[in-house]
Design a protein around this ligand. Structure first.
Ligand code: TRP
Length: 465
């Protein structure tokens, strides 16, 4: 990457940094550190927690997988999350320029700026299918709302799900509404927009989740069984594949490796305790994934539904379960509303990555970049929808566009970018930290555990091909 091209941006950055100390409005800030935790958790908690985590636990047989996943979070996910936030705080909110700036200070190669572009490309690929699945959640939410108000029965069963998947108009409308709304939130003011949304979303989400947990536990009486399933490890279920899935998901669920946390970190004040904030986000994210699983599995066990059926868990098994529970329409509405809120705040974070990267690369200004990011989300969502409906005969490497994007990001690009970030942070950031347990932890994880884990994972993937 030519150095000169980036120079003007980093000078602009320098200027912003200098005005920092005088609290110039030129640089955005969270209104409080709690707001950072809300925003970063809003990014981390999403479809990954509610849709993906429970079904991969189901596919990989429960407890042993959960344990492996926790290991990946502690050994790779959380240290990378903390490292990424630190890069943002040192380098500023533009992904490529942030890496460049930190690299220059350390006399490291300017090629590290490529991590910014890689993160943004991954984010844009994820947006294409994330917007579509968020759209499905929106459709189910409306259906359950209508059913709870006495309208037609909500969608239940595999047929209803396939019927929705075969209907391009409904899905395209949902994607359009979601992309436009998310674009609007960040159009005028990135941090201001997220904060106004998270002030409502965070408490509402928490209340909905707790109510759902209590209601489902008391109506099904199967919470104990679900806990045993999730927390009693059956080590015979451990496999290299399961490890790969746990590792990929640890990155995905914490939104690391895509520069989203870097951007949010740039808006933190200089006195913030990044490791503590990073752990808070990782713990919240994990707690919410567990809560989602402890809502879903009791329903699955109560009605003997399929827990290992993959992505259909949320859209087929769960609605079937709700239809059999007392006040099921209302419960379904509550559950899908919570899921929609979680998906929406993650979608905003993904779009901000695209926005910032488009802005720094093409110098088009924040608002034009928001428009471009919204357009990219929309076009990506349309392509994924069409690939499942009218163009369903087209495949890429033998996969649908949806599966291709999901696998290419989780199984290949995210680990590569995670590896790059781990090496970068271990060289550029860790040596500058004050001595102590945090430094040792980050050093061990980022210099040894993460590279080794990612290497094992990638080699096993290559052997699989
Ligand atoms: N963490 C989100 C989830 O679990 C998804 C996600 C992946 C994400 N990468 C991201 C969100 C980057 C925001 C930014 O659903």
């Amino acid at each position: 990457m030519p150095k000169r091209k980036h120079k003007p941006i980093s000078t602009l950055h320098e200027r912003r940094r200098m005005t920092d100390t005088t609290f110039s409005p030129a640089r955005l800030h969270w209104s409080s550190r709690l707001m950072f935790v809300f925003a970063a958790s809003g990014s981390a908690v999403g479809l990954g927690n509610i849709w993906k985590f429970p079904y991969i636990v189901g596919e990989n047989g429960g407890g042993a997988f959960v344990l492996m996943y926790l290991g990946c979070l502690i050994g790779l996910g959380a240290p990378l999350l903390i490292g990424e936030i630190m890069v943002g705080r040192r380098g500023g909110e533009f992904p490529a320029s942030a890496f460049l700036k930190v690299a220059r200070e350390k006399a490291m190669s300017s090629a590290w700026g490529g991590l910014g572009a890689l993160g943004a490309v991954i984010a844009i690929m994820i947006l294409a299918f994330y917007s579509v699945v968020s759209g499905w959640v929106g459709i189910y939410t409306l259906d359950f709302a209508a059913a709870a108000l006495g309208g037609d029965a909500a969608r239940t069963g595999a047929d209803a799900f396939s019927a929705m998947l075969a209907d391009p108009i409904v899905q395209l409308s949902a994607v359009t509404v979601i992309a436009l709304t998310a674009g609007l939130v960040i159009y005028f003011d990135v941090t201001g927009g997220i904060q106004s949304v998270m002030r409502i979303v965070a408490p509402l989400f928490a209340v909905l989740l707790v109510v759902m947990l209590v209601m489902v536990a008391s109506t099904t009486g199967k919470l104990g069984e679900a806990m045993t399933y999730m927390f009693r490890p059956d080590f015979s279920a451990l496999s290299l594949d399961a490890f790969g899935e746990a590792l990929g998901h640890a990155f995905f669920t914490l939104s690391v490796g895509m520069c989203g946390m870097l951007i949010y970190g740039a808006y933190l004040d200089d006195g913030a305790n990044v490791p503590r904030l990073g752990f808070a986000v990782a713990i919240l994210d994990t707690a919410i994934a567990f809560a989602a699983a402890l809502i879903i599995f009791p329903i699955v066990f109560a009605f003997e539904l399929e827990s290992n059926g993959g992505p259909g868990l949320l859209f087929i098994a769960l609605p079937q379960g709700f239809s059999l529970l007392p006040a099921g329409d209302l419960l379904g509405f509550g559950f899908f509303t919570a899921t929609l809120l979680a998906a929406f705040s993650s979608l905003i974070a993904l779009m901000i990555i695209a926005r910032h990267w488009l802005d720094e690369t093409f110098r088009i200004g924040g608002q034009n970049a928001t428009l471009a990011a919204t357009l990219a989300t929309w076009v990506g969502g349309i392509a994924v929808t069409l690939s499942m409906t009218v163009w369903d005969s087209i495949s890429i490497f033998g996969r649908s566009l949806f599966d291709f994007l999901d696998e290419a990001t989780s199984a290949w690009l995210l680990p590569i970018s995670g590896l790059g970030m781990a090496i970068f942070v271990s060289r550029a950031i860790v040596p500058t930290l004050p001595d102590g347990p945090v430094k040792t932890y980050l050093d061990i994880c980022l210099s040894y555990v993460a590279p080794l884990g990612i290497l094992i994972f990638t080699v096993s993937k290559l052997l699989d091909l």
